[in-house]
Ligand binder design. Structure first.
Ligand code: CA2
Length: 146
């Protein structure tokens, strides 16, 4: 099984700023922890972070035929990007939406997501654990008989 973890804009700053909202773990440590978990499960995990919408769209396109499932924290593009939605839907690869913070407990503009309605599931508000829960959920979904 091959999975892709995508992190969107500003998530490269994790652990350095706004730690009261997003926690003190760096993105590198989140990726490392998940990669270890993946190895234990003999799952291949690719990690990708970018601040540019088009680069995220390109990476999603590259996943076609190569990836069984996507874990995505699209950052602020969650609330703005029809391009990301179209890319995710276009690949037809199952995906789980991740947020460190509980987007429904924050500003109203964060309450709408362009990608939630077609996700396998959404994990929001558990900090770093959101990534682990999403990972477990996606693997369980992919293992389920049709
Ligand atoms: O809670 C999440 O994971 C978010 O996807 C994070 C996004 C935010 O726009 C979404 O509404 C919810 C922001 C990521 C910014 O990350 C930073 C990390 C450290 C310092 C500054 C920004």
């Amino acid at each position: 099984m091959r999975l892709l973890l995508i992190n969107g804009p500003n998530l490269n700053l994790l652990g350095q700023r706004e730690t009261s909202i997003y926690g003190s773990s760096s993105l590198e440590s989140i990726e490392l922890e998940l990669t270890k978990k993946a190895e234990e499960r003999t799952v291949e995990l690719d990690c990708f972070q970018n601040n540019f919408e088009g680069a995220l769209v390109d990476r999603i396109h590259q996943a076609i035929g190569n990836v069984d499932g996507i874990l995505i924290n699209a950052g602020a593009y969650t609330h703005t990007s029809i391009a990301l939605r179209d890319a995710l839907l276009g690949t037809q690869i199952p995906y789980v939406e991740i947020h460190l913070s509980n987007i429904y407990a924050r500003e109203e503009f964060r309450h709408h997501s362009f990608i939630s309605d077609r996700a396998i599931g959404v994990v929001s508000g558990f900090g770093v654990m959101s990534y682990q829960l999403a990972f477990e959920g996606l693997i369980a979904y992919l293992h389920k008989p049709e």
